[in-house]
Design a protein. Structure first.
Lengths: 356, 295
């Protein structure tokens, strides 16, 4: 009973969602089957599934602020990339061993910048994964929300933020590998990063993180906290007359969202094997909003579904018709906005109503 | 008779220099000097009505560019009083409510809630937290939320984020909720989205939210506008029930309604007080007749 409540409102959908998550938790291990087995999944598929699950976490994070609190971020790629960079620093150090990372030697630097201190330590790197996006989101959110910046103005600023960060990270002097970012990782905690077992484990951990984010956010949204966030979306002023200090509600949701995005980035990087400033490209962040809109805003499961659907389509089209992908993405956004204001989840709800 | 201040009026921070020092310290701590950003959470001492006055408005002027909405207005609301405010359109009634709830800052003058809260330097959230609730002219409920969720939003005493994370519906809140639903006659609509309620029901729901919030001072801006006679009658009953435990300020045009609930009526015109007294007294007042009918 409690188990089903954790996953969905109705037992039937809870069973369905539970089954889907079980599949996601099992899939990673199919990579360890003998290659002749019909169940074997190649490294390509494992990486693809792991990657999409990490992106689905970002979509969950975005749905928290957009779907519930009504704050549209067009810059969540920033927090995703910051988490990725923080973990990439650890992987780079592990690859370089006691020496300076390659890109620093190419710049003929003799010592590491101060902010690289301690990044050879896995746990410090993990702490950075949470702290850096969290702190930046806190500072930015505090001033933006305190100045009562709302709606499209807020979205534009988030967009500008991620673009500014991309420009900063492009510079070699910033100390994050410039244009190329970090790549060529070899080991993670001493394990070969390309080994089948490491890949399976990373993919499994990502599935677990996605499940935990989903269950955690679902719990939170069913508390009074979720109700207050929804009320902020509908009428923030009215809520203030009831005595709510909405700033702290918005800020806590914003920071939590950034942290989840950061963790997703950290899970993404070792699986795809590269992090560079293009992750901070504004287009990436806009795409994230498309995932959430496609799945259905304000429905956590919708965010995951939307990410899965759009990225599956993307994977197919970028191979089959690469030149049309952006057109298709734009077309999808137009179709969803015009005909599916509540996304795929809204479509389900409509079917359910018609049945009754 | 008219425009008479209660004997204990005048805010003591202004009139009594020796106790004034003490009070000013209290203001700095809880009212005016909250860091100024509306962020801090002072330990709440509860509002202090020791002088029997709930609300002090002294020599308030509000200018919007070259238009003067309130003109040197002084008004004292006693604790437990139900004060009706009437006046022609544009008299400044809603502006007065805005000044009390921090939506509009007075150009000059002082606004005190009890002895310690200086409303002129507090934010809307802080004023609500201090114990002033407001019902708006246009019903403003959360239309996508059910009746129950609307009421529960108003319920918690402590509205901080941490309290909203683990809070479950306790027996006390449940009882208040049931009682309130009965009073506002929405028990059967408990799970209906507020947006689907009739106009009158929305007004009641908003009053219900005030009942849940249970503020010390309640401001009602035209609570019976657009209601049928039967609905108006019920709303009057609600107001009289509210009066038992709360101080109320009601702005209304409907004279039958005012007649049913009022003790003391204040007439505003052109941003200033024209007359004060019982409804019969002000209705007989020459200046009042002039301002309502003269133009």
């Amino acid at each position: 009973m409690i188990m089903t409540k954790l996953l969905s409102d109705t037992p039937r959908s809870a069973i369905l969602i539970g089954l889907c998550f079980s599949v996601l938790l099992i899939l990673p291990w199919l990579h360890l089957m003998p290659e002749t087995s019909p169940f074997y999944l190649s490294a390509y598929w494992i990486t693809l599934i792991g990657k999409i699950m990490a992106l689905a976490m970002v979509a969950l994070a975005l749905d928290l602020v957009w779907g519930y609190a009504g704050i549209l971020s067009l810059g969540h790629g920033l927090y995703f990339a910051l988490g990725g960079y923080a973990f990439g620093m650890y992987l780079t150090r592990e690859t370089a061993g006691d020496a300076l990372p390659d890109f620093m030697r190419f710049l003929s630097w003799t010592e590491m910048p101060w902010y690289w201190a301690g990044t050879q330590n896995f746990w410090w790197a993990m702490a950075l994964v949470v702290l850096v996006p969290g702190l930046i989101a806190f500072i930015f959110g505090f001033f933006a929300f305190r100045s009562k910046i709302k709606g499209v103005y807020f979205s534009i600023i988030t967009q500008a933020m991620t673009y500014a960060a991309a420009l900063l990270f492009f510079r070699n002097e910033t100390g994050f590998g410039g244009n190329n970012g970090f790549t060529g990782f070899t080991t993670l905690l001493g394990y070969d990063i390309t080994a089948a077992s490491t890949r399976s484990m990373l993919c499994f951990i990502t599935a677990l993180a996605l499940l935990l984010s989903y269950v955690g956010l679902r719990y939170l949204m069913n508390q009074p906290y979720g109700r207050v966030l929804g009320a902020i979306r509908d009428s923030e002023n009215r809520l203030q007359y009831l005595g709510y200090r909405t700033l702290w509600y918005k800020l806590s949701a914003w920071v939590l969202s950034a942290v989840i995005a950061g963790i997703a980035g950290a899970l993404y990087v070792p699986q795809v094997g590269i992090i560079n400033p293009s992750e901070m490209n504004p287009v990436n962040s806009i795409e994230m909003a498309v995932w959430v809109a496609t799945g259905g805003r304000g429905k956590l499961i919708g965010a995951i579904l939307g990410t899965g659907v759009v990225n599956s389509v993307k994977t197919y089209f970028t191979v089959a018709y690469p030149e049309f992908w952006l057109l298709i993405l734009g077309g999808l956004f137009v179709v969803v906005t015009l005909f599916l204001p509540n996304g795929i989840m809204g479509l389900f709800d409509r079917f359910k109503k018609e049945k009754q | 008779m008219f425009n008479k201040k209660p004997a204990s009026a005048k805010h003591p921070t202004k009139t009594l220099p020796e106790s004034g020092a003490l009070n000013t310290a209290a203001i700095d701590e809880y009212g005016s000097n909250n860091g100024g950003d509306g962020l801090s959470h002072p330990k709440k001492p509860g509002v202090d009505f020791s002088h029997g006055i709930a609300l002090y408005l002294e020599e308030i002027n509000v200018w919007f560019e070259s238009f003067q909405a309130l003109n040197n207005l002084s008004l004292y609301i006693e604790e437990g009083e139900l004060r009706c405010i009437i006046g022609p359109n544009g008299a400044g009634k809603t502006t007065l409510m805005d000044v009390i709830t921090g939506k509009t800052r007075p150009t000059d003058g002082s606004v005190f809630f009890g002895q310690t809260y200086n409303l002129a330097s507090m934010f809307t959230e802080e004023i609500a937290e201090a114990g002033i609730g407001r019902k708006f002219q246009k019903p403003t409920v959360f239309e996508n939320f059910t009746v129950m969720d609307n009421l529960l939003l108003a319920a918690p005493k402590d509205k901080r984020v941490v309290k909203s994370l683990f809070h479950q519906l306790d027996a006390d809140t449940r009882n208040t909720l049931d009682g309130t639903l009965q009073q506002i006659r929405l028990t059967e609509q408990i799970n209906k989205p507020a947006g689907l309620l009739s106009h009158g029901q929305k007004q009641w729901l908003e009053i219900g939210m005030l009942l849940m919030q249970s503020p010390k001072l309640i401001l009602l801006d035209e609570p019976v506008a657009g209601m049928t006679d039967a609905e108006t009658e019920h709303t009057a009953e609600l107001c009289l029930r509210l009066k038992k435990n709360h101080t109320l300020v009601v702005v209304e045009h409907d004279m039958t309604f005012i007649d049913a609930i009022s003790d003391k009526v204040t007439v505003l015109a052109q941003g200033a007080i024209l007359a004060e007294g019982t409804l019969a007294e002000v209705q007989a007042n020459e200046a009042v007749i002039e301002s309502y009918l003269g133009r």
